[in-house]
Design a protein around this ligand. Structure first.
Ligand code: 8X3
Length: 254
């Protein structure tokens, strides 16, 4: 039987008429996305959260007084359905993304590489294209796009080729977009987290808990909340400022 939270999620939202500053956060059912949604809601933003995991998403929306809608950023129809309900967007946090595998280039799985490009690069592209018209006409002084890139978008490592290629793509897309929109009232920011203790590694290693835990064992790790604090700080900056690129690492990470 569907929980109350799921019922909330399953309701239709005929053209959400949100009032006040409205943020859209993708990949928001857990980890960095959920933490960003919480931090923005605490700062008074109306937050629309999207992700594939419907129950967690709906619970989060209930907790923060936000709006949950199912979203698969790899599926154009899902993106169109999600965005067609939104009538105001002042801030888009393109957070959905992830890694699969740690294979060498020689052993790399084509399907996994394709998925990484799709979710990280094309997912960011799809949401950006769909919401740019609203961001451009945001009633606040400027619309904002914050793309969750990674240190892996600037530094490569053995076994990281597929994920590196995808995050380098996010970095390139973000920089091109910033130049293209520089004369418009739109802030475009690339946030590059290093090692953050979330489900990132569990997903990368296809649910292998031991392998995932090894990534974080005996190390200083960032938390999702550390990244969310930075997103909240950027979102509150005066409209004439752009943070082009910010890197956040735990102190002990190279
Ligand atoms: C993941 C960053 O440092 O864990 O985006 O590879 S790291």
């Amino acid at each position: 039987m569907a929980t109350m939270a799921e019922n909330t999620l399953n309701e239709k939202y005929p053209n959400l008429n949100t009032t006040g500053r409205t943020a859209v956060v993708t990949g928001a059912s857990a980890g960095i996305g959920a933490a960003c949604a919480r931090a923005l809601a605490a700062d008074g933003w109306t937050v629309i959260v999207g992700a594939r995991r419907r129950e967690q998403l709906a619970e989060l929306a209930e907790e923060i007084g936000g709006i949950a809608m199912p979203l698969d950023v790899t599926d154009q129809e899902s993106v169109d359905a999600f965005c067609s309900q939104i009538s105001r967007c002042d801030l888009l946090v393109n957070n959905a993304g992830g890694a699969k595998g740690l294979d060498s280039v020689e052993e790399g799985d084509i399907d996994e590489w394709q998925w990484m490009y799709d979710v990280n690069v094309l997912g960011t592209l799809r949401l950006t294209q769909a919401l740019l018209p609203l961001l451009r006409s945001a009633p606040e002084e400027a619309g904002q796009i914050i793309n969750m890139s990674s240190v892996a978008g600037h530094n490569v490592y053995a076994g990281g080729g597929g994920y590196n290629a995808a995050k380098f793509g996010v970095a390139a897309l973000t920089r091109a977009l910033r130049i293209e929109t520089r004369e418009e009232p739109i802030r475009v920011v690339e946030v590059c987290p290093g090692r953050v203790k979330t489900d990132f590694s569990l997903n990368r290693f296809r649910g292998d808990q031991n392998q995932a835990e090894e990534v974080y064992a005996d190390k200083l790790n960032l938390t999702a909340e550390d990244i969310a604090e930075t997103v909240r700080w950027i979102a509150a900056l005066p409209a004439h400022m752009n943070v082009d690129h910010i890197t956040l690492r735990p102190r002990d990470q190279i």
